[in-house]
Write a protein that binds this ligand. Structure first.
Ligand SMILES: Cc1cc2nc3c(=O)[nH]c(=O)nc-3n(C[C@H](O)[C@H](O)[C@H](O)COP(=O)(O)O)c2cc1C
Length: 368
């Protein structure tokens, strides 16, 4: 299933569920939230629409490390897939939980838009435990259907961020969405300058760390055949490698190339260009590192992410300062953070907003 087919499934299933239809529109053949929750297995469109939207959430290295167990029509159990943990860069499984949080936020937002109220209950406190969250679903009034479009058109943009200052209305919106535990540092501030230097230094250190690079190589998809086979990971298109370089990489590079000197040096050069160009940095923190706090931070990040396009903003995460020592240890003090950092986002305006290209796995691979 290609990215296009996947989003088509999300949108057509949403339409079948009545999301974009006028109130009097649906006929008896169209499945509605109230009937579908009673007969989820007969009428998969709504359930599939929900799951397909949830799975469009961002995740580290696009590992899509979530699993959903449909315990009953109205109670789903969501948790991480520990086999998809990035053990070299995320040995403590923080990003694993943050990614599940992002998935939850997309699920809840899509459910609201489709006319399903959700009650989210954290039921497990182990970071790699499968039964982490119970989501109880009840029919309700459809919310804002524009949210479905926001989820479907969100993507990570890493290149082309302009250095212009971020307008105060946009900073206020970012902070309002990312919650009380977040801080924005405009470019040029002492903290932003520290982040520019530290991100690049941490990125460089991680790039030369063989175990981290080996892990990256396992999630890199160079050829179309690889993308089709896995439907996850980092593709050339999602990393914005196009033109001749993209053609060359697709035809002549593989996992082995990621371990080579030239690949590493090019990655560092590109990171060096990227950190130098943005309007500021948003750091999303959490009050502690418990599972509920990390899930909540992942949810707040996903909420920020789906609101970026309408402001022509990009906010790619750069996680290396939170993954590598000594920066990991220094972050809170150097930046005077009010909590534990969970996302460091480089924020900038972009001229063009390309469509999403990052692939997604088919539903049966993560739903039981
Ligand atoms: C917890 C977390 C950490 C991430 N860290 C990085 C990062 O360090 N660098 C980066 O370029 N993208 C990072 N991302 C973004 C993912 O790579 C991106 O969401 C994924 O490839 C899917 O692509 P999409 O967002 O365009 O759908 C991170 C995302 C999450 C949820």
């Amino acid at each position: 299933m290609t990215r296009r087919e996947f989003t088509k499934l999300a949108s057509s299933a949403a339409i079948a569920a009545g999301a974009s239809l006028p109130a009097c529109g649906p006929t008896s053949t169209v499945l509605r939230p109230d009937t579908l929750l009673d007969h989820p297995l007969d009428g998969a469109p709504l359930r599939d629409a929900l799951l397909a939207h949830a799975a469009l959430a961002p995740s580290s290295h696009n590992t899509q490390p979530w699993r959903v167990h449909v315990e009953s029509p109205t109670r789903w159990i969501v948790g991480p897939d520990p086999l998809r943990q990035l053990t070299a860069v995320d040995p403590e499984a923080r990003e694993l939980v943050l990614s599940v949080g992002a998935f939850l936020e997309s699920l809840v937002t899509a459910a609201n838009a489709l006319g399903i109220a959700t009650d989210v209950e954290v039921v497990g406190t182990a970071r790699t435990g499968s039964g982490m969250v119970a989501v109880n679903l009840t029919p309700s009034r459809p919310g804002n259907s524009a949210d479905l479009e926001r989820i479907r058109t969100r993507r990570t943009i890493r290149d082309g961020l302009r250095p212009d200052p971020i307008r105060s209305a946009d900073v206020a919106a970012l902070l309002a969405t990312s919650g009380v535990h977040s801080v924005f540092f405009p470019s040029g501030s002492r903290e932003a300058r520290w982040l520019v230097d530290s991100e690049l230094a941490a990125f460089t250190q991680q790039t030369w760390r063989d175990d981290a690079q080996k892990e990256l190589s396992r999630w890199f998809r160079f050829s179309e055949a690889d993308v089709e086979k896995h439907r996850d990971g980092l593709t050339l298109a999602s990393m914005q490698v196009g033109g001749l370089a993209g053609w060359f990489a697709a035809h002549f590079m593989d996992a082995g190339s990621v371990m080579g000197k030239s690949f590493r040096e090019k990655g560092i050069a590109s990171a060096s260009r990227q950190v130098a160009s943005c309007g500021g940095w948003l750091v999303v923190t959490a009050p502690d590192e418990s599972v509920p706090a990390l899930l909540d931070a992942g949810r707040r990040f996903a909420r920020v992410a789906i609101g970026l396009r309408e402001r022509k903003l990009a906010a790619p995460p750069m996680s290396q300062t939170m993954e590598e020592e000594p920066w990991k240890r220094q972050l809170v003090k150097e930046l005077g953070l009010p909590g534990i950092p969970t996302f460091v986002l480089r924020v900038g305006y972009v001229d063009d907003y390309p469509d999403p290209v990052s692939p997604r796995r088919a539903l049966p691979s993560f739903v039981t």
